[in-house]
Design a binder for this molecule. Structure first.
Ligand SMILES: [Cu+2]
Length: 108
């Protein structure tokens, strides 16, 4: 195998992973406290979601309420205050970004 071909074979899985969606480094669960499309008091140009989140393995050991930047306003569509969610976080250079959100059935 030539060097160039070896490099190409190594790169293919990276391209496939990139196409599979956003990189999720941490996964959390919690309850939506507020949805703040931009501009808001917390950020002028980016959507913010305030989550009362359960402990997040490898990131935060305590349950707490805190704001996160969302990767896009579309992620917040259809969500309401009080919804239980599972969310994916990406440790971006400027912020912890919420990159995926799924609603969970309400707890009874
Ligand atoms: Cu936290």
């Amino acid at each position: 195998m030539t060097f160039a071909r070896r490099v190409a074979v190594l790169l293919v899985p990276l391209v496939v992973l990139g196409a599979a969606g956003p990189v999720v480094q941490y996964r959390g669960t919690g309850v939506v406290l507020a949805l703040l499309p931009p501009p808001s008091d917390l950020h002028m140009t980016r959507p913010v979601i305030v989550i009362e989140h359960d402990p997040i393995v490898g990131l935060m050991a305590e349950r707490m309420a805190m704001p996160f930047l969302a990767a896009s306003t579309a992620l917040l569509e259809g969500l309401h205050q009080g919804d239980r969610i599972v969310f994916g976080l990406q440790d971006a250079p400027d912020a912890l970004l919420v990159v995926t959100i799924e609603r969970l059935p309400a707890r009874r």
